[in-house]
Design a protein around this ligand. Structure first.
Ligand SMILES: Cc1cc2nc3c(=O)[nH]c(=O)nc-3n(C[C@H](O)[C@H](O)[C@H](O)COP(=O)(O)OP(=O)(O)OC[C@H]3O[C@@H](n4cnc5c(N)ncnc54)[C@H](O)[C@@H]3O)c2cc1C
Length: 445
């Protein structure tokens, strides 16, 4: 089977990897000159290797971690992440939730971590525990979760202001990149069910990449596949026994591009009108990452600190700060990475100015921090994620043409716009092509 995959983000790469594992002949088309899409390494003249945005994975990303282990090896997987058991800590020290090591995993050990959390009262903890218990028991969401926002759902679940402030709102913004007042409750529930109520021992581990994002896995697949870097695919032409990609014929293809690009590719195709319309209805939210090299740095109290998400204090810009020296395998200079979610308001801020403002936000929360800004490099991804709004219709893997499949974090993966969703969608598309191939060989298609 000769397969074209358009888009070498994590979804397209997963599709390519799975197709290759199934013995197919794969050609990858990628508009840019680097594999990884929205999760890729970027080379900077002053900072060296950076990523287009600081990423965080969790232990519940089963398919992603399994794919990295299969393609690059379990040793590599163990080496390229700094793995922390659940550990959320605010920069100002008011809040701390940390799972103790060595207690094994059960609902009880997670509950113990919660009941020992700093910054939450007994009532807050009781309400959180009850909510998690209900999610674990029911697993499926109530029907109005599709149309409710996260804030509405949390209110209906009698969550306290402090539980929202320190736990639910930060988790919502971090996973959905959409503010709780507009984010979709059912997607948020899916994230909570997969992480907080999972039977998997390490589902709640935080996995901070300790090498650049392309080295994690994308570069390996790009080296194995036949990749056409720098080729923007402009024409998909369905045929009776295949699909032509810019005039080159294949037996099948996977379109693993973001919704706006997909709309451009399929809007002229017969039968694809609804898909084109669906793709054009997505809204997006941006994320900014500001890498700051600091002098006179001292290690932060945790490799990852969160800022109080409910403060009106002037100068409150970022939500998270990563101590890169504590996370990266090779990080000769002290470096912090600040993450600003829903960052559309940050237009046209100078890198150094933003770096200074973020370090001063850190010092306001953690007055003992002595670091000072030497240099800063900021990346703002305007279309970092789709806005996870209630009632959003996301297309599945199959399209009106049986030889054209879709993949991408925005397709109907059940997850928000995260790496795990992208990888799942790619695997699904490849498996669907395998089904097609089987049908063809048995003369059923
Ligand atoms: C700043 C930032 C921070 C994030 N943080 C996290 C995080 O902490 N954890 C997490 O899990 N997720 C995070 N995400 C989300 C995660 O990066 C995405 O969900 C994932 O990378 C999406 O992969 P994808 O393959 O679906 O899409 P993309 O990565 O967008 O890949 C699509 C690819 O298609 C190519 N393409 C488009 N059109 C064409 C064409 N016509 N011809 C050829 N190629 C084309 C593009 O160049 C691109 O490489 C973050 C994203 C950003 C931007």
């Amino acid at each position: 089977m000769k397969v074209a995959v358009v888009g070498a983000g994590w979804a397209g790469l997963a599709a390519a990897s799975q197709c290759m594992a199934l013995g197919m002949d794969v050609t990858l088309y990628e508009a840019s000159h680097k594999a990884g899409g929205r999760a890729r390494a970027v080379s900077d003249s002053r900072f060296g290797d950076l990523d287009n945005g600081q990423h965080l994975l969790i232990g519940a990303y089963r398919e992603t971690l399994a794919m990295i282990a299969r393609d690059v090896g379990a040793d590599h997987l163990a080496r390229v992440f700094k793995r922390l058991p659940l550990w959320l800590q605010s920069a100002d020290g008011q809040f701390r939730l940390k799972k103790k090591l060595g207690l094994g995993h059960s609902t009880l050990t997670d509950a113990a971590a919660l009941w020992c959390a700093r910054g939450l009262g007994l009532r807050d903890k009781w309400r959180i525990t009850s909510l998690l218990h209900r999610l674990k028991k029911d697993q499926q969401q109530p029907s109005d979760a599709e149309t409710s926002t996260v804030s509405q759902w949390l209110l209906a679940q009698k969550q306290t202001p402090e539980a929202c402030r320190w736990l639910w709102y930060p988790l919502c913004l971090a996973t959905l990149n959409t503010s709780p007042s507009e984010a979709c409750a059912s997607l948020f529930q899916k994230v909570l069910i997969d992480s907080f109520t999972s039977h998997q021992a390490d589902a709640l581990d935080l996995l901070i990449p300790s090498c650049n994002l392309s080295e994690l896995w994308p570069d390996t697949i790009a080296k194995r596949a036949n990749v056409r870097f720098g080729q923007v695919v402009r024409e998909i032409a369905p045929q009776v026994t295949g699909v032509a990609i810019d005039g080159v014929e294949f037996d099948a293809c996977v379109l693993a591009v973001p919704p706006t690009n997909l709309e451009r590719l399929v809007r002229h195709l017969d039968g694809f009108e609804q898909l084109a319309q669906q793709s054009s209805s997505f809204e997006f939210r941006s994320i900014a990452t500001c890498y700051v090299s600091v002098g006179n740095h001292q290690p932060l109290p945790a490799p990852l600190l969160m800022f109080d998400h409910q403060t009106d204090t002037p100068g409150h810009i970022g939500q998270w700060v990563f101590d890169r020296q504590a996370c990266m395998l090779t990080q000769p200079r002290a470096q912090l990475a600040f993450v600003v979610s829903c960052a559309d308001h940050l237009d046209k801020i100078d890198d150094i100015e933003l770096g200074r403002a973020l370090v001063s936000q850190l010092k306001q929360a953690l007055p003992s921090y002595t670091g000072s800004v030497i240099d800063a490099r900021c990346f703002q991804e305007k279309r970092a994620t789709f806005a996870a709004l209630p009632g959003l219709h996301r297309p599945g893997t199959q399209t009106p043409h049986k030889r054209i499949m879709l993949a991408g974090d925005w397709t109907d993966t059940g997850y928000p716009a995260v790496i795990e969703g992208a990888v799942i969608s790619g695997i699904k598309a490849a498996d669907q092509i395998a089904v097609l191939a089987k049908g063809l060989s048995s003369g059923l298609q």
